[in-house]
Design a binder for this molecule. Structure first.
Ligand code: SAH
Length: 228
């Protein structure tokens, strides 16, 4: 069975998408430095066209962020891949995903075999993502709340993914990491955001900078103030 046949199953007939489109995305992820086969496999399995706004399905596999309404965006595929690769979620792990949006990133993490708890502050997005993820059969629980300080009552987590940029790394999130846990969070800097990873070993928190990125702001108690 050729790669084209493999993807035909996911795209279905008459969608107006070329079979090669998802392969193109995977090719770009590879050349963009994504090496983790589990992440590539997960991104090959999640039908991104189901997560974009009606009318932009044909752009679903382009390497850019797309509007999903309410001033929010579904992140660029390469950004999702880099973030998920840095978190390295494995089967059976518990992962907290902050900023559900369309639910795409949560689906990719779930496709790596993890159980995902995803938090979204906007009710309309939380409701539609919950329906979509259920319909597509991903192991994601969507919670409508301010997730900027995590969800301590359901912790600790093996990994925490944040899809909106914060003024700094909230200590409360680091505190919700299990031993060996990983947190990835964009932190606002002068010209653009930096993707920061924190890994927790015992009392130690090791921090590294994974490079520049651009995200919508994280609003709320651990983020930027919400407009009144
Ligand atoms: N991961 C998403 C990208 C969403 S964009 C996807 O794959 O589609 C970031 C999202 O974070 C937006 O939906 C925004 O409403 C949400 N957000 C911002 N601040 C938040 C907070 N404090 N708690 C939960 N969600 C938040």
């Amino acid at each position: 069975m050729g790669a084209g046949d493999r993807f035909r199953h996911w795209l279905g007939p008459g969608r107006g998408l070329e079979d090669s489109t998802r392969e193109d995305m995977l090719e770009r992820l590879r050349s963009g430095g994504v090496r983790d086969e589990r992440v590539l496999e997960a991104m090959a399995r999640v039908p991104r066209e189901e997560f974009v706004t009606e009318g932009s399905e044909t752009e679903a596999y382009a390497d850019r962020a797309l509007a999903i309404g309410y001033g929010q965006t579904i992140s660029q595929p390469l950004m999702v891949a880099v973030l998920v690769q840095a978190l390295a979620p494995t089967a059976g792990e518990r992962v907290l995903d902050i900023g559900t949006g369309s639910g795409y990133q949560a689906a990719v993490i779930a496709a790596c075999g993890a159980h995902v708890i995803s938090v979204e502050r906007l009710e309309r997005l939380a409701v539609s993502a919950r329906r979509r993820l259920e319909r597509l059969g991903f192991d994601v629980e969507v919670v409508e709340a301010d997730g900027s300080l995590g969800l301590p009552e359901q912790g600790p987590y093996d990994a925490i993914a944040v899809a909106a940029s914060a003024p700094r790394v909230p200590e409360q999130l680091v505190a919700q990491l299990a031993e060996g846990g990983r947190l990835c969070i964009p932190v606002a800097a002068a010209d653009c955001d930096r993707l920061i990873r924190v890994r927790r070993y015992g009392d130690q928190a090791m921090r590294d900078d994974l490079g520049p990125c651009r995200f919508v702001p994280l609003l709320g108690a651990g983020g930027f103030p919400e407009a009144s």
